[in-house]
Structures are given as C-alpha cells and as structure tokens.
Design a protein around this ligand. Structure first.
Ligand code: C2E
Ligand code: CA
Ligand code: CA
Length: 674
C-alpha cells in the first residue's frame, strides 16, 4: 500500500533535541517523514499560517513559553493537528496538563527511540483522523447533539447544539451555556419552545450511563405538513361549499345534520321552496336564475342570527337549522323572519320580483329519529305549504302528513313502474246504440302495485299530473293503445284519455304524430278524450293544440261532459266530434229524475251542435232504453262490457264485431258484464 509521506513540524529551541529526534526518525525510514524545524514557538505559528502538517512535535519548555501555550494558540487558529509533547523529565502532572490542553501523546526525551516515536506519531495521526471524522459527523449531521456524563456534565456537543443553547441563554461561557441548556432539555417535554423552533427531542442512554441528547429541527417538516393540511382543509372546504352562493352544500349540510343528531341536540329543520324559481329560470335564462339564487342566499344570510345555519342543498333547494333552547322550545322563529324578509320585493338584474317561499318545518327529536326521516318530514310539511297560495309556513304534523307520505311513496313507485314499463292498458268496448255494433273502445291505464295491488286510475293519474309523470304516462298509454289497435282485424276506433296537463305542457301534436308513424295506426281510428278543464285553463293555447290534433285527422271527444263549467261559446269554438255524458249522470238516472232532464238537454245540445253523443256508465237495461228513446248515439258501460285486458278484448271483438251481432244480441248478452 502506498504510504503518504507524513509532514511533521518540530518545535524545539534545543538543537540537541532536534538532532536526537531526527536520528530516531532516520532509524525508521527516510521517505516516511518530512520534518520541518522551528526553533521558536512564534516561528512555528508563522509556519503554520502557510502550511498544514500531519503532526506537530513540540518541546514542553521553551524559555518562558510552554508547549501548553503553543497548543492553545494552535487550537485558537482552528487547527486540529495532533500534537506530541517532548520533555526532559517524565512527570505525571505535566502529562495531565498536556492531555488536558489537547495533546495526543507525551514522550520523555530519554525514551526517544526509533520504533517508539514512530508508533506514537502513527497513533497520534490516526487518532487525529478519527477525531476529525467524528467532528465532521458531529458538525454536519442535521441534529443538535450533546453527550452528558453520568454526573450531568456535558462532554461533547456540536455547533448546532451550542447555537440553540446560545439562542436560549443569557450566559457567556460555552460550557456553562451548554450545561444549563442540556439540563433544561433533559427535563422538558416541550422541546417545541426551544429557541422558538420546533424541535423533536430524542434521548438515548448509552450503556455506560451517559446520555445523548439529540434535537431535530422539525420546523420545516412541520410547515410542509401544515401547508399540506391547509391545502387539504381548503379542498375539503371547497368540496363542502356551494360555489355560487358560498353557502354550505348538501355534503356539509348532511354532515352537520348527522353530527347534531349524534350529539342528541334539539333543533328544527327548515326546508324552503322558492315557488316561482323554475319559471324565472326558464323565462329569463340560467344566468338570471343564478343571480336570483345568489340574492336569495344573501337574504337568507341576512336574517340568520348567531347559531342559525343555512345551506343550499340543490338547485333551488335551501335548508336551515335552528337550535332549540334548553326547554326544547323553538323560539325566535327563523322561518318567520325569513318569510317577513321575502315579503319585500327582490331586485334581480333590474327586475322587481315577488318571490313566494314555502317553508316546511320538522323538529328533532320530536318529529323524527333519523336524519333521513327528519328531512323527509320537513319536506312533507314543505309540500303542504306549497299547496297553499302565497308565502307560508307549515309544521310537520304526523296525522296530516301521513297522507302526503303515502302519496310520495306512490309517486316513487309509479316512477319505477313507468321505468319498468309495468303499466298496462285495458280496453272498454263502445257500441252504436242504433245498430248494436261494436264501434270502438276506450283505452284505460291500469297499474297493479307490487304490494298494494290495483291502484285506481283516477288516483295514480292525479299523482302523475302532480309530479310531472303524466307526459310519460300519457305517451305510454297512447303508444300501447295504438300498437295493439294496429293489429286488430276490426276497424274500430280507439279512444285515449289525454290529461289537461299534457295539452298545456307537452308538444302533444308532435308526440301523437310520432306515435302514429311508429305504430302505423291510422289517425282516423284514434280519438282523444279531453275534459273541460283544458278549455278553462288556457283557451288560446288549448285551441291551437286541439286544432293541430284535428289536422292530423284524429277525432276529439269532450269527456265527462256536464261536470265542468265550460261555456257554450267555448264548446262551439273547439273542434269536437263527440260529447261523452259523464257517467255520474247515467249511473244514477233512475234514482234522481232530474238527471234524466240533464241527460236529455245534453243530448239535445250535442245534436244541435252536430256532435255525436256517447253515454258512459251504462249499467242497466233501463239506461239503454232511456238513452235510445232520447236519441243517444253511442254507449259505454259495465252493462256492455267492463274494461278488460287486451287478450280478453280480442276475444270480445271476435264475438261482437260489427255485423256479426245485432244490437239486441249485444245488449242482452248474458255474463258479459263480468
Ligand atoms: P274516464 O275517462 O271517465 O273513464 C271512464 C271511467 O268510467 C273508467 O274508470 C271506467 O272503468 C269507468 N266506467 C265505465 N263504465 C262504467 C260503468 O258502467 N259503471 C261504473 N261505475 N264505471 C264505469 P277508470 O278506468 O277507473 O278510470 C278512471 C279515470 O281515470 C278515467 O275516467 C280517466 O279520467 C282516468 N284515466 C284512466 N286512464 C287514463 C289515461 O290513460 N290517461 C288519462 N289522462 N286519464 C286516464
Ligand atoms: Ca275517458
Ligand atoms: Ca268520462
């Protein structure tokens, strides 16, 4: 192995000593050591300014100067070069002084022999290198380190430890500062506070009983952690905030609700509906709708007192939570304040709006045990409020709201039934009273609820109208009726009921045209039955739609005639082909004589207007006799055939088809009422 030449600075004022050492070194090897001589400590210090040595050997006594003085100066220069002392006499006291001053070894001049000095030099250098390495580790490691002996006195510390200790101490001397600080750190748990920097403390007990204190600066780590926490908090906040209004959103709201319930708090849940929001949104566009929502949210926030909570949980759905007092009283009603506020006009983008608000209120735990139940109950109360005119508040009421709940259950189930195509169409035959021929049928929707069994059509039709399902339901019945009707051999008409809502809100003409096209059912065989309500609600629009229907070649019958309030003039304006006298008049004609007069005048009116007259609800032979004598054209009723499923109706048609049975046969057919 290549052995580097070791440079030695020899400081000695005695030439004999110098000679002696040289001789000793020469004994070992010429190449291994290069020796520079300084015969004066001051000269030595000068040389050291220019050059580094692997080792310094110094005489202990040089005039007034000692080796200890020299070593102090060397160290003061920051040099860690190992130093070996030489002295004339071996003296224990001197020896200790030398070591305390930082000398590596101490040699007596009388002992100086080649191998001994060689070993001492090599050991000193090797030790110094090890020491350097150790110091370097201590200085560069990212921790403040201090080793404390069993007496509690600090033995080694690194600059980092000293720096922290200094920042914390009023003392002057390093060792005292470190002693003071390390004692404090050993005891304290709150290393956080050390030097205003977050430190993590680790205390290691060495096998010999000494303690190593290590302090890690975790402030950077903590601030990165905090930054991440902040980012996460921000994201979480955004995820729980409505971007438009800045209010808590559905997620935040349901968390809040769950928490309140979990903590057994007593509070009221307010559910709002803005009655005309959808109209404004449709008429003035979405940006206007957004501006309106923003205004509404501002108004709500204005009326909020401390402790009240407002959230926007959907399009125009706002909710609020108001805590109850200790006696579980719902005092200082937020809902009243809100309503009072909305009594004022809102000005949105220059437009003055009167916003009507419906508020439903349900309380926890009085009205519900779960969040779901509470929401649903406040919703039910809100729907009851909505059914009234103007702005209003309704409170949940078990008894009252049972019906609403029932209605909602059916609504959901009906929606499902439509989705699953679970609705059926029945057909009820219609006969020509003069010829006795089967000339048509009325298609009637049927729904068998999976649990409740058959639901009356007037009930589920009303539900469909209320919740916007009627368009879908109407089209379904129309499509099924036309599709089935298109397969019949008989050339009979199919009458389909059309709700006033369909006339008002849907593109009825296009829908019918499309269905006729898809099913190949001839327009001339289709007839729509429409009630008078259509005429009352939006005369112009209804007229327009019904004319469109007529133009397709589809027939029009006025259903339930006599029960509504339509004026004669409107009846004349509309392109009807038929009047259907309401079944309530027919069914009870034998019980109340006046009903016969009503029927008589209906028939007369129809005849004068050139309309065909149909009587429905014909249940007895006596009805037929009367209707025939008054000149009624067509009849429909249980007496001639109940509404029946399609396969039965096919069979029915086979037996009673036009031309194959006389009026008398039809009307006297036993058992057909079943
Ligand atoms: P509507 O249009 O007046 O239908 C005639 C109703 O009278 C049917 O009741 C029919 O079963 C019943 N009826 C027929 N003959 C007699 C009889 O001799 N005696 C008695 N007591 N009743 C008789 P249904 O099927 O229960 O329908 C009730 C109402 O539901 C219908 O009255 C109609 O307004 C509505 N509806 C049924 N299907 C539809 C539909 O597909 N669309 C629309 N919009 N409404 C429908
Ligand atoms: Ca009808
Ligand atoms: Ca009717």
């Amino acid at each position: 192995m290549y052995q580097a030449v070791k440079s030695i600075l020899m400081v000695d004022d005695d030439p004999d000593d110098v000679f002696l050492i040289r001789e000793a070194l020469n004994d070992i090897s010429d190449e291994e050591y290069s020796v520079t001589i300084a015969n004066d400590p001051l000269v030595a210090l000068k040389i050291l300014e220019r050059k580094n040595f692997d080792l310094i050997m110094t005489d202990y006594r040089m005039g007034a100067y000692t080796g200890v003085d020299l070593i102090k100066q060397i160290r003061a220069k920051g040099l860690t070069t190992p130093v070996i002392f030489l002295t004339g006499v071996s003296q224990r006291e001197l020896d200790e002084k030398a070591l305390a001053a930082g000398a590596s070894d101490y040699l007596s001049k009388s002992d100086i022999k080649g191998p001994l000095i060689d070993r001492s030099i090599r050991y000193a250098i090797a030790n110094a290198r090890r020491q350097e390495l150790f110091s370097s580790v201590l200085c560069n490691v990212k921790a403040a380190i201090c080793v404390i002996d069993t007496e509690g006195t600090p033995q080694i510390w690194n600059p980092e430890f000293l720096a922290i200790a200094k920042a914390n101490s009023p003392l002057a001397e390093d060792a005292a500062i470190v002693a003071d600080f390390s004692a404090h750190v050993e005891k304290t748990e709150q290393v956080d506070l050390v030097a205003q920097i977050k430190h993590e403390k680790q205390l290691t007990r060495l096998p010999d009983g000494r303690n190593v204190i290590m302090l890690y600066d975790v402030s950077e780590h903590l601030s990165a952690l905090r930054e991440r926490e902040l980012a996460e908090e921000k994201a979480a906040h955004q995820a729980k905030t409505c971007f438009l209004t800045g209010l808590p959103n559905r997620l935040a709201f349901s968390e809040k609700l769950d928490k309140l319930i979990q903590n057994g708090c007593k509070f009221s849940l307010l559910n709002f509906d803005l009655d005309k929001f959808k109209t404004y949104n449709d008429v003035y566009g979405h940006p206007f709708g957004d501006a309106l929502l923003k205004q509404v949210s501002d108004v709500l926030q204005q009326v909020c007192a401390e402790g009240d909570y407002i959230a926007r949980i959907g399009g125009d759905e706002f909710t609020a939570i108001q805590m109850h007092d200790e006696n579980d009283t719902h005092c200082d009603n937020l809902e009243n304040r809100i309503l009072a506020q909305f009594a004022n006009e809102l000005i949105v983008e220059g437009r003055k709006l009167n916003i009507e608000v419906s508020v439903g209120v349900a309380s926890f735990p009085k009205h519900a045990q779960t969040a779901q139940e509470l929401l649903s109950n406040s919703d039910i109360a809100m729907y009851r409020a909505k059914a009234k005119d103007g702005s209003k508040i309704e409170y949940y009421d078990c008894g009252l709201d049972e019906a609403v709940r029932e209605q909602r259950r059916l609504t959901n189930d009906l929606q499902k039934a439509l989705r699953e195509d679970a609705l059926d169409v029945f057909f009820q035959p219609q006969f020509d009273l003069k010829t006795g021929n089967l000339i048509g049928c009325e298609a009637l929707a049927r729904w068998i609820h999976p649990e409740d069994g058959p639901i009356r059509p007037d009930i589920f039709i009303q539900i469909a109208e209320d919740c916007g399902l009627i368009e879908e339901l109407g089209k379904l019945v129309l499509r099924k009726a036309c599709l089935l009707g298109s397969k019949w051999h008989e050339d009979i008409k199919v009458a389909v009921n059309i709700s006033a809502v369909q006339v008002r809100h849907t593109d009825l003409v296009n829908d019918i045209q499309a269905i006729l096209f898809q099913t190949g059912f001839p327009a001339g065989r289709l007839e729509l039955e429409i009630t008078e309500t259509v005429l009352i609600e939006d005369f112009e629009h209804a007229l327009h739609v019904l004319r469109g229907v007529k133009n397709l070649g589809v027939g029009l019958a006025m259903d339930d005639f006599g029960t509504g309030f339509s004026s004669l003039s409107s009846l004349i304006s509309f392109p009807f082909d038929k009047l259907k006298i309401d079944r309530s008049f027919i069914m009870d004609m034998d019980k109340r004589e006046q009903l016969k007069s009503v029927i008589r005048s209906c028939i007369g009116l129809g005849r004068n207007l050139n309309l065909r007259i149909v009587a429905e609800g014909v249940e007895q032979e006596s009805h037929i006799d009367f209707l025939r004598s008054e000149g009624c054209d067509e009849i429909q009723g249980y007496f001639c055939g109940k509404p029946m499923p399609h396969p039965h109706f096919m069979e029915f048609m086979m037996n009673y088809a036009s031309g194959r049975a006389s009026a008398q046969d039809v009307l006297n057919m036993p058992g057909k009422v079943a």
